[in-house]
Design a protein around this ligand. Sequence first.
Ligand SMILES: Nc1nc2c(c(=O)[nH]1)N[C@H]1C(S)=C(S)[C@@H](COP(=O)(O)OP(=O)(O)OC[C@H]3O[C@@H](n4cnc5c(=O)[nH]c(N)nc54)[C@H](O)[C@@H]3O)O[C@H]1N2
Ligand SMILES: Nc1nc2c(c(=O)[nH]1)N[C@H]1C(S)=C(S)[C@@H](COP(=O)(O)OP(=O)(O)OC[C@H]3O[C@@H](n4cnc5c(=O)[nH]c(N)nc54)[C@H](O)[C@@H]3O)O[C@H]1N2
Ligand code: SF4
Ligand SMILES: [Mo]
Length: 738
Amino acid sequence: MPTAPRICPLCEATCGLVLTLDGSRVTGARGDRDDVFSRGFVCPKGAAFPQIDGDPDRLRTPLVRENGRLREANWDEAFDTIAARLRPLIEGYGPDALGIVLGNPNVHTMAGALYPPLLLRATGTSRLFTASTLDQMPKHVAVGLLFGDPFAIPVPDLDRTDHLLVIGANPLDSNGSLCTAPDFPGRLAALRRRGGTLTVVDPRRTRTARLADRHLAPRPGTDALLLAALVHTLFAEDLADPGPLADRTEGVDQVRDAVREFTPEAVAPACELDPGAIRAVARELAAAPTAAVYGRMGSSTVAHGTLANWLVDVLNVLTGNLDRPGGVLFPRSATAPAPRPAGPGRGFLLGRRHSRVSGHPEVKGEFPLAALAEEIDTPGTDAPGEGRVRALITIAANPVLSAPDGRRLDAALDTLDLMVCVDPYLNETTRHADVLLPPPPPSQSAHFDFALNGFAVRDQARYTPAAVPLEPGRMDECEIHARLVLAASGMHGAPPSAVDDLAIDAALAKAVTQPHSPAYGADPKEFAAGLTGESGAERRLDLMLRLGPYRLTLDELKARPHGIDLGPLKPRLDEVLKTPSGRIELLPAPLAADLPRLRAALTAVPEPGALQLVGRRHLRSNNSWLHNTPALNGGSNRCTLQVHPDDAARLRLADGAPARVRGAGGELTADVEVTDAVRAGVVSLPHGWGHDRPGTRLTVAAARPGVNVNQLLDGSLLDPLSGTAVLNGFPVEVAPLD
Ligand SMILES: Nc1nc2c(c(=O)[nH]1)N[C@H]1C(S)=C(S)[C@@H](COP(=O)(O)OP(=O)(O)OC[C@H]3O[C@@H](n4cnc5c(=O)[nH]c(N)nc54)[C@H](O)[C@@H]3O)O[C@H]1N2
Ligand SMILES: Nc1nc2c(c(=O)[nH]1)N[C@H]1C(S)=C(S)[C@@H](COP(=O)(O)OP(=O)(O)OC[C@H]3O[C@@H](n4cnc5c(=O)[nH]c(N)nc54)[C@H](O)[C@@H]3O)O[C@H]1N2
Ligand code: SF4
Ligand SMILES: [Mo]
């Protein structure tokens, strides 16, 4: 049987797979032992690649709404419809009448990296909503303020660290996030084998927590308090020692003052932790030869998410672990622009605009996804430029399930003048589309990890071309995006390569003027003529590689189908810092201004018996869209409400019996699973379920729909600095169904 390599697009680990092919059908998938990064690792999702790829419910042709119903259409009809209906809306009501929603899989496709920025520029809209405000936006804000660049996210040096402190992440089930590491479980086992220490902070005893030397289970939403107490302890016990970072850091003394009252004793009642255990963690962290503090979803999608993410890196700085091997380091991606010389930058600004309805500040050019519904359904003046979202483009997003209050959003989507979706499925969100543009399955798409290489625990570059040719009638997702840019920008009918040519010209026009660029002083036309690649996307990849820090080329990558290893992470803080001071700004003003809210949390202890809900991920899931794969959605019901035995007894909840869960945004019914894997006072329900709406084409998922946990939220609970929805630790009431 012929085989072809394909990087797995199903999670952030980016494992190399070897696909077995029968003609143009994928019949098998195994880990690629020769992959320079993943070395043969594969998980159940990667192994299910053939079923995911060959799902008969994947759409094959565009769908266009006619007289209220979606019908199959050809590509020209689909783009003609978009061009004819979108331009008048933008011209009549202004660019902000168009909203754009980008979902998670955009970090797993080449198209998602290359074209959405062009779509935003070409349409001129400022109404961007992405999954980041359901996820890692607090991290972007924290590092943006600390280091001057919201993408300067340091990652734990997993393979060399002596001590890993994991706060609100469960990489044994998620396979890691903002820390791209194929075989995360194996890497944690290796840490233990070499005598290292693993500490996990999580209100659930997760599979990751079970591996740990020490597991702290705080009350949800209190990580910022715990972290502040760890920082306090470092100062109080004279353990703070930034080492060589000292003269590159501003504000150390100010941080000492800022955390003065957050003693272990002061935070203990709110965190429901033993002050002695907090001190022990601080001491161990300081004593470890090298250590890395790593926080993710559980410490981000909470009311103090930005403060928690800030404090994570404050700890890394104060223990001297930032930018050193074994600590946390900044990956050097092969397609990031070659670094400019060290020196001050412009820094990171927040709140340059505010949202129309609730006045949420813009963050990284985005508004909170939790506020999308109100931006559509709250009436405006109808005057040009008023900014009400009337048309929406969603790309790889399912906010009806992934964002708070799907019911309101569901209704709001129905009122749009135009909705265009780029998505392989007719699902809870895309069923509202007027035009639905389906990308081909991953086997028919080339792959390069533009985004995730920037968070990888080892520098490397891998490119896999499409494993099988495009089926007749299919369109490559890059071409779909390019045509969408043309249709949305008044250039409908121009060849899609024009979009790539414009992007290449713009990038080169800038690069040739920059002394640190490999293209400095070159003739842009000549440089462009030297690019190789069979498509616009390939030529753009070639350009980015050539302008990158390793000066690679596409041909070099194509010649090495299992990838090019570029070595372990290296210290490079000077290349990264872009703050106005040119130094690490350890106590940025917007964070200092948020501290009174954290102080108030010291005494905001919930009533006895109050319950808080947290999420959980399962190894065989990926947010909302893998429940249609039989191999990943079999066996017992996974969409259960986990309840601690004490709470179950108190509330008379029986294992396996249905319970009613009520939150600010609504209520739902879920089967109870009594387990001491959650701490008392905490219940857990996974997200991405609730596949019971009519008008979808998800045969397997609809047969086992589960419930949508996000219906418990009304969209009003946010981390104010980042606009990120509180998805973990929000209050709920639970009662037996009868
Ligand atoms: N309560 C709660 N809610 C959460 C979370 C939580 O932990 N708890 N997690 C949050 C997080 S971290 C995230 S990232 C968001 C995710 O939120 P979303 O990004 O909205 O959700 P996904 O389920 O990842 O949906 C992705 C969509 O992409 C489509 N898709 C799949 N492959 C492709 C492709 O190759 N091309 C295109 N164009 N489309 C594709 C799928 O069909 C699906 O419609 O959910 C968030 N919501
Ligand atoms: N199998 C699988 N893998 C995935 C995904 C998936 O849906 N399924 N989604 C992908 C995506 S989009 C992302 S962003 C990543 C996320 O990757 P992770 O962040 O590793 O994933 P989670 O499982 O959400 O882990 C969050 C943990 O935080 C805990 N937690 C909840 N509240 C709190 C709190 O207040 N404090 C602390 N300390 N912990 C808390 C939860 O119990 C949970 O164990 O996973 C990715 N990988
Ligand atoms: S760990 Fe992630 S990238 Fe690796 S095989 Fe599994 S789903 Fe794919
Ligand atoms: Mo995510």
